[in-house]
Design a protein around this ligand. Structure first.
Ligand code: PLP
Length: 402
């Protein structure tokens, strides 16, 4: 008999979408997988070289549970440069990806009975971790076309039990980038109601609208003492499998994470820590520029193709490497006998008929959405996007079930 907490968790919907694409490919179908949350590109050579040098130097032992001191220092310096705010090693915890940082925050902060506000559509791990900590997620819907949450709606969701708000900008899945006014208003609200802010900024290096990433601690410096700023190298350096992330937080959270990590993972993988340290010391920024330009160009090309969609507004895709379509108008315009009623049906149809893997919005708590990545190899994107446009535009003219 499993522990009750296991009944709180459903499997990862994004992983299920990826598996569906893989299954179709292993069954011999031609599949272009746009479901994955990663950029398919060779990571920087400095990361590989750092890892190989660490292995050859016989680096095998545990590190401090919150990470190698020089890596904490290098991350603090990176964060100073990016935010214009002073950070020191003591503020930084090195984690096994952003996921561990978020779990540290949840376990350190949330008690049974606490409520935690999460902006929906949302990456599903946020509420799974809140549930694991025994607390209750309270969802606030951010609506299309901007997917920027309305402050009045967030305020209305606050109760005496509210302990924290989790935000994620640039946002997975919607690609929304929160503006300064919104961040400031969330900051004011957190101060007024004494809330913690967990700010997941994993996609901070991927904004395509000409503006730079603004962390909530930049928009509202007054919230620093109540904010856990979570980030990772997973997306920025295309090394999702290396499992290296970090967070910056007030001293009580850093101490809690020290205990938590000492009893869970002990430390993030030592080779990965050395690899990133080497990259931070020697990287010249070329990889980051090349990846950014590739995604910038891919986004541009894809948006041109998506402009051909008939009943679906073009996605904003301001940040991240995801397009998020709002299918509500399309779905509601379908004839009553249509086999397509939900975005799950659309995702299944796209995979079965067009061989394109995507993630239905239901995974993110939104029955009307559809997410697909432009981090796939560029030569695959154009044919895949054309198939998506063709399939979606043909929905209205077909009657037959698929
Ligand atoms: N946060 C968000 C919003 C994500 O989309 C993801 C991965 O898709 C993560 C965190 C996990 O990052 P990591 O692989 O560094 O644990």
């Amino acid at each position: 008999m499993l522990a009750q907490r296991m009944s709180l968790l459903s499997g990862s919907g994004t992983a299920a979408a990826r598996e569906a694409a893989k299954d179709a490919a292993s069954a011999g179908r031609q599949v272009i997988d746009l479901a994955a949350g990663e950029v398919i590109i060779e990571p920087p050579s400095s990361v590989r070289e750092g890892a190989i040098a660490a292995i050859n130097a016989g680096t095998n032992r545990y590190t401090d549970s919150v990470g190698l001191p020089p890596l904490r220092k290098a991350v603090a310096e990176k964060l100073c440069a990016e935010t214009g705010i002073g950070w020191s090693s003591d503020d930084i915890v090195i984690t096994a990806g952003a996921k561990q940082g978020l779990l540290d925050a949840a376990l350190a902060l949330f008690n049974p009975g606490d409520e935690v506000i999460i902006i929906r559509p949302c990456w599903p791990t946020f509420h799974s971790q809140v549930l694991l900590a025994g607390a209750a997620p309270v969802f606030v819907d951010a609506r299309p076309p901007t997917y920027i949450p309305d402050i009045g709606t967030i305020r209305a969701a606050v109760t005496p039990r509210t302990k924290a708000i989790i935000i994620n900008s640039p946002n997975n899945p919607t690609g929304a980038v929160y503006d300064r006014t919104t961040l400031q208003a969330i900051g004011d609200l957190a101060i007024n109601y004494q809330l913690w802010i967990v700010s997941d900024e994993c996609y901070s290096s991927l904004i395509f609208t000409g503006s730079r990433h603004e962390s909530i601690v930049m928009a509202h410096p007054g919230v620093r003492s109540r904010t856990i700023l979570v980030n990772a190298f997973s997306k920025e350096l295309a090394i999702t499998g290396w499992r290296l992330g970090y967070f910056a937080a007030p001293p009580e959270i850093v101490s809690a994470a020290k205990k938590l990590q000492s009893h869970t993972t002990s430390n993030a993988n030592v080779i990965a820590q050395h690899a990133i340290l080497h990259h931070l010391h020697t990287g010249d920024g070329r990889f980051e520029r090349v990846m950014y330009q590739r995604l910038f160009d891919a986004r541009h090309t894809c948006l041109r193709i998506l402009a051909g969609l008939q009943d679906v507004p073009p996605p904003g895709a301001e940040g991240t490497f995801f397009f998020y379509l709002d299918l509500s108008r399309l779905i509601s315009s379908l004839p009553p006998g249509s086999a397509v009623r939900t975005s799950d049906d659309v995702a299944r149809l796209l995979l079965e008929e067009s061989g394109v893997g995507s993630v239905p919005g239901s995974v993110f708590g939104d029955v009307n959405g559809l997410r697909f990545s432009f981090g796939a190899p560029p030569e695959l994107l154009e044919p895949a996007l054309k198939k998506i446009v063709h399939t979606l535009n043909s929905l209205n003219t077909r009657q037959a079930a698929f």
